[in-house]
Write a protein that binds this ligand. Structure first.
Ligand SMILES: NC(=O)c1ccc[n+]([C@@H]2O[C@H](COP(=O)([O-])OP(=O)(O)OC[C@H]3O[C@@H](n4cnc5c(N)ncnc54)[C@H](OP(=O)(O)O)[C@@H]3O)[C@@H](O)[C@H]2O)c1
Length: 334
């Protein structure tokens, strides 16, 4: 089968579309005939070797973290799926393998594709949708009437986050350039701050919860506009000790490393009287099922910016790497 394989860390030439053996499902796995796979910044960050402190798989490795397709084989202990089911999934982070004609997924990481959703659109949901849901519902505990600030609302995660925050009953403000403003407003955003024209730290509003999808100076500016006692969750800045303990298996070495690298932002947040947490999202077939229900009920729209044929996956990844995508980028296998 064809697969997009990482042979060495670094630039785009480290990954190639080549033939590899079809994977064999373990007892709890379903094997999926992949019809489409979603792309995410983690794919190029992984290729660049930026996640080596956390994930150290043996290379070569088939890249890709989310997929949609048909179940074509099941392991001996699989209970929830049968051959012929259509599923979507965020593949476990230490496994990857979605950029391939066939891929294996633990059944707990998969859910049935919502009725009426095509494969390319379904493949765009898992990683970004779960990130937005887990950050807003579980980490920030967003409640009706709260004012939520989301940085980077026009991208893959942001387009889900705006809608999920609205579904949770919040008043939502996001940062976007003129290129993304119409899109974020169409998704229900109440207020938009043009980050190319306005300094976020100078806005008059104060917020109950912050979701940072950009990091760097944007996160620093967000700290200045939060209410005392509120909290920012970032998925794009620097991990802190809780990330190691809650999201990455509790390694003390990683917790110590993250304590050091996050010292600046944690101190800044503490001085402002707010909390800071970096979240690594996790695979969850159950949460994905909830997102599927919201899609089926018309409460959640999936924004796909571009769909490329699988043969052009390098171009698709370069587009994601440009940082300009509006919504999600997908490759279609067949
Ligand atoms: N920790 C986790 O578990 C986790 C999970 C998912 C994603 N992430 C991370 O979260 C980040 C966002 O992911 P994504 O998939 O949403 O990325 P994305 O789709 O590539 O984001 C692109 C969008 O970001 C906007 N943007 C770029 N710079 C901006 C800025 N300074 N202020 C506001 N908007 C800006 C762009 O809009 P313009 O063209 O208008 O600039 C573009 O629409 C990435 O760093 C990703 O690695 C982490």
């Amino acid at each position: 089968m064809r697969a997009y394989v990482l042979k060495h860390y670094g630039g785009p030439d480290g990954a190639q579309l080549i033939d590899v053996p079809v994977p064999t499902p373990g007892p709890r796995d379903v094997r999926v005939d992949v019809r489409a796979a979603g792309l995410n910044p983690v794919d190029f960050k992984f290729r660049q070797g930026k996640l080596r402190a956390i994930l150290r798989p043996t290379l070569p490795l088939v890249l890709g973290n989310e997929l949609a397709g048909d179940v074509v084989a099941i392991g001996s202990d699989v209970k929830r799926f049968r051959i012929g089911d259509t599923v979507f999934a965020r593949v476990a982070k230490d496994r990857a393998g979605a950029f391939a004609e066939q891929a294996c997924v633990d059944e707990d990481d998969a859910a049935r594709i919502p009725r009426g959703l095509d494969f390319a659109t379904a493949a765009a949901v898992p990683l970004a949708g779960l990130t937005a849901l887990q950050a807003l519902r579980d980490e920030l505990g967003v409640e009706p009437g709260q004012k939520v600030l989301i940085s980077g609302g026009a991208g893959g995660v942001g387009t889900f986050a705006i809608q999920i925050a609205k579904w949770l009953g919040a008043h939502v403000t996001t940062t976007a350039s003129a290129r993304g403003e119409a899109l974020v407003r169409a998704l229900g955003c109440d207020a938009v701050i043009d980050y190319t024209a306005q300094d976020l730290s100078k806005v008059d509003d104060r917020f109950d919860a912050g979701l940072d999808l950009v990091g760097g100076d944007t996160l620093a500016q967000m700290v200045d506009v939060m209410k005392p006692g509120s909290r920012i969750v970032s998925v794009a800045a620097l991990p802190e000790p809780q990330t190691a303990i809650k999201d990455l298996g509790g390694s003390r070495v990683l917790a110590a490393l993250f304590w050091i690298i996050s010292y600046g932002i944690r101190s800044r947040a503490r001085r402002a009287g707010i909390g800071y947490r970096f979240l690594f999202m996790h695979s969850s077939g159950r949460d994905l099922g909830l997102l599927g229900d919201l899609i089926e009920q018309g409460k959640l729209r999936v924004i796909v910016d571009k769909t490329y044929p699988f043969a052009q996956i390098a171009e698709a990844l370069a587009y994601v790497e440009s940082g300009r995508a509006k919504g999600k980028v997908v490759v279609a296998m067949h």
